[in-house]
Design a protein around this ligand. Structure first.
Ligand SMILES: [Zn+2]
Length: 411
């Protein structure tokens, strides 16, 4: 390692300062919210482009609003090793989810600016990973991967603006979108550093981990329909949709634990919603995620079975419709080995390795390139919250590991 511990800490301090700068680009005065194709997104792209150029990269904004930078390898036009993450946020976000990965990538490019590499090096700041504005996630990375769906042009935000119109308002031409598509032969791989968004590293008192796979997830809208009625109705005459839903929610938790799957009912609405009215209808959501798709599918089958049984017994009906599906993505073994070597170079002889419970841009990029991910500890595992927190020492270690991983792939 050519860099001293002292300079790593200085670079880490700069990265954290830049996270603060990006956190200032928000549509809300009191909290961080920066969504796809917003004025704040435009400002963030401009700032990131400036930092990319200072790191020796030539920059462009691609046809999907992703901010990109590139330097050539030992000869021009070589396939690129792509480093990056996203710069959009959820509402009331923390300042590290996504942004930290972009800034670490830029810092790696800066460290390697004079090092000849057998591949081009590119950094990307994806325009949309969270899906906050249009409800569909990974729009930036899916554009880059060429897995775009033209139906998405009709997606609307809370103000009724379509994605098509938002592209135009941002100064992008929807007809040019295919210009953002990358082909497998243009990429040697994709590396992303990201906060863990979970407590595993913090609980183990470790800084960094290698990601083995990115969880697959399926999301559903469930409706239970019974019959609304007066609160004086005797039990044997009731068809209480909320009592049935409550039973199913607890059953979902029990089955998921039993299968080693994570299940979340995050939204639940009761109709008609009167204090003295038996609930006639309940609408709720289910998010199911697992390391292996087979476990997730088995859990889903059991949830269906249990839901049907509860519905029969309580004389209500259950309807399930799917909102989203992404299958699990395994990280590439060579890229995992590179990050493992990188972590070892920071003094951690046996790097932790585990699966990501959260979705990431790598899920989309895996359509065109092998993907690898590095996780950094975040305090108490908190994310998607202003309390998101990382330490300067961990960022310095991540930067060293990330650089060493790229060097390992170059060697
Ligand atoms: Zn993220």
């Amino acid at each position: 390692m050519t860099t001293t511990a002292e300079s790593s800490r200085t670079e880490a301090a700069l990265i954290l300062e830049r996270c603060d700068d990006l956190a200032g680009l928000s549509s809300q005065p009191e909290r961080l919210e920066r969504v796809h194709l917003s004025p704040e997104h435009k400002a963030a792209n401009a700032l990131v482009a400036q930092w990319m150029e200072e790191a020796g990269l030539s920059t462009w904004q691609d046809a999907a609003g992703n901010q990109c930078g590139r330097r050539e390898g030992t000869e021009p036009g070589l396939p690129a090793l792509l480093l990056g993450s996203h710069i959009d946020t959820v509402p009331d976000a923390g300042r590290y989810d996504g942004m930290l990965g972009v800034l670490l990538a830029i810092a790696v490019a800066n460290r390697l600016r004079d090092v000849p590499l057998p591949f081009a090096l590119e950094v990307v700041a994806f325009s949309d990973e969270e899906g906050t504005r249009f409800g569909t996630a990974l729009l930036g990375s899916r554009a880059l991967a060429g897995t775009w769906n033209d139906d998405w042009w009709n997606l609307t935000d809370a103000d009724g603006i379509t994605l098509f119109e938002a592209f135009q308002d941002f100064g992008l031409d929807p007809a040019r979108l295919p210009g953002a598509f990358r082909r497998p032969e243009q990429l040697v791989g994709y590396l992303e550093a990201h906060i863990e968004q979970g407590p595993i590293l913090d609980d183990a008192d470790r800084r960094l981990a290698v990601v083995t796979s990115i969880a697959g997830a399926r999301r559903f809208a469930l409706t239970i329909t019974g019959h609304a009625g007066h609160a004086g109705t005797p039990y044997d005459r009731r068809r209480d949709a909320l009592a049935a839903a409550s039973e199913l929610v607890l059953e979902i938790e029990r089955l998921a634990k039993q299968q080693g799957v994570l299940a979340t009912v995050g939204k639940l609405e009761v109709f008609p919603g009167g204090l003295n009215v038996i609930p006639g209808r309940v609408e709720f959501t289910l998010d199911l995620r697992a390391e292996f798709d087979t476990d997730r599918e088995e859990c889903l089958r059991l949830v269906h079975e249990s839901g049907e049984e509860i519905a029969r017994r309580r004389d209500v009906s259950l309807h399930v419709s799917e909102l989203y599906r992404a299958d699990a993505v395994a990280c590439d073994l060579d890229l995992r080995a590179a990050f493992e070597a990188g972590i070892r170079s920071t003094g951690d002889a046996s790097p932790m390795a585990f699966w990501s419970r959260a979705g990431h841009d790598g899920m989309a990029v895996s359509a065109v390139a092998p993907v690898g991910m590095l996780f950094l500890r975040c305090k108490d595992g908190v994310s998607h919250h202003p309390d998101e927190s990382v330490t300067r020492a961990d960022v310095a270690a991540a930067l060293d590991a990330y650089e060493a991983a790229v060097r390992a792939l170059a060697g």
